[in-house]
Design a protein around this ligand. Structure first.
Ligand SMILES: [Zn+2]
Length: 353
């Protein structure tokens, strides 16, 4: 199987995040991708390739062009604004976020002109710092995803893997957060449609609900979104991912959220995934894009499920049974010791080797 990788992610190396009431070392760290890469290189079933550069057009086909312009300039603008602060700035994190209550019943907010305000206008959480290498890393992650997608769209292969970092599924049309800047899977889905596919499914097996992907395709009937994730009543992103969210308009019944209880085991997970697989078969897409997160693993520091490595074999096999061209894109997974074997196990089962 072709695996696409770019070293540009190494320059996105935030030092810490604020989550669960504490400052933590950054869970979304470069070692994650490097350990996956090492596991792929150790297996003869995979061939590593560099991405092709696609430019901005596929990104602005999904994201607000103003968000893209902001991310391109954000770091230089931020350090310029804080040039006189005593401590060196390594990570840009907002202090004030726009909240719907602030302008309820009023016109929409305008984008502030100052760097500090702009950060809170576009970002929605405290876990997604910007730094000097962030924009290039995010651009390359999109190129990785699109290169993998074209491997499948041009019928070169039935399956391909994009080792995306940073991940993407939390990023909506006009914002960023949840470690995500550009929505790699959504951009790939739109690219597949623009390349001739009539229907695309995004299957999201990350522990967290892909709120960005859901938002982007909420009213769209040409992209089905199927997600298995920790119930948002206890799990990030908290505000969406509930089972009664089914889409609207043309997208009604194209959005399927399957929530999981704490300590969900391999068998329970497989039975929930079966519901998702059956829905995908009924939708009959021409291509499946998998948002692959292995933060469902029993030892993951951000998840609370109880899956073993065997579950990733089961998941890959169940997707293989669909018999559809499949692009697998990396999302989460924060147990850096197990991330390589878990991803490779998933991909090997999909490939039938
Ligand atoms: Zn996740």
């Amino acid at each position: 199987m072709d695996a696409i990788y770019s070293p540009d992610h190494l320059a996105h190396n935030p030092t810490e995040q604020v989550e669960f009431g504490h400052r933590w070392p950054m869970n979304e760290c470069p070692q994650r991708a490097e350990n996956i890469k090492a596991a792929l290189l150790a297996d003869q079933a995979f061939t590593m390739h560099s991405p092709i550069e696609y430019g901005l057009d596929p990104i602005v086909a999904v994201h607000d062009a103003a968000l893209v312009r902001y991310l391109a300039d954000a770091w230089a603008e931020y350090i310029g604004a804080l040039a006189t602060t005593p401590a060196p700035i390594t990570d840009a994190v907002a202090d004030t976020y726009r909240h719907p209550a602030m302008n309820e019943g009023m016109p929409p907010f305008r984008e502030p002109q100052g760097a500090i305000g702009r950060l809170g206008y576009w970002c929605f959480d405290t876990t997604t710092p910007l730094m000097q290498g962030t924009y290039q890393a995010a651009r390359s992650a999109v190129d990785v995803a699109l290169t993998a997608t074209d491997r499948v769209m041009d019928s070169t292969a039935m399956a391909a893997y994009g080792l995306c970092r940073p991940p993407g599924h939390h990023a909506p049309v006009a914002g960023f957060g949840g470690y995500c800047y550009f929505n790699n899977a959504a951009i790939s889905a739109q690219h597949a449609l623009n390349s001739g596919a009539a229907r695309v499914t995004i299957l999201d097996v990350d522990y967290h609900h892909g709120n960005g992907t859901q938002q982007i395709f909420w009213a769209r009937g040409d992209v089905q979104y199927v997600s298995l994730h920790g119930d948002p009543s206890r799990a990030y992103p908290y505000f969406c991912g509930y089972e009664d969210e089914i889409g609207e308009g043309h997208g009604r019944n194209s959005n399927l959220n399957l929530t999981l209880p704490p300590r969900c085991n391999n068998d329970e997970y497989a039975s929930r995934l079966r519901v998702g697989i059956d829905a995908i078969a009924a939708f009959a897409p021409e291509i499946v894009i998998v948002s692959l997160g292995v933060d469902t693993y029993t030892n993951d520091p951000l998840g609370d499920l109880d899956l073993s490595t065997e579950s990733y074999r089961q998941q890959g096999l169940m997707v293989r049974e669909l018999g559809l061209p499949t692009v697998v894109l990396q999302e989460g997974g924060y147990d850096v010791e197990a991330i390589g074997i878990n991803v490779v196990t998933w991909l090997m089962a999909l490939a039938g080797v």
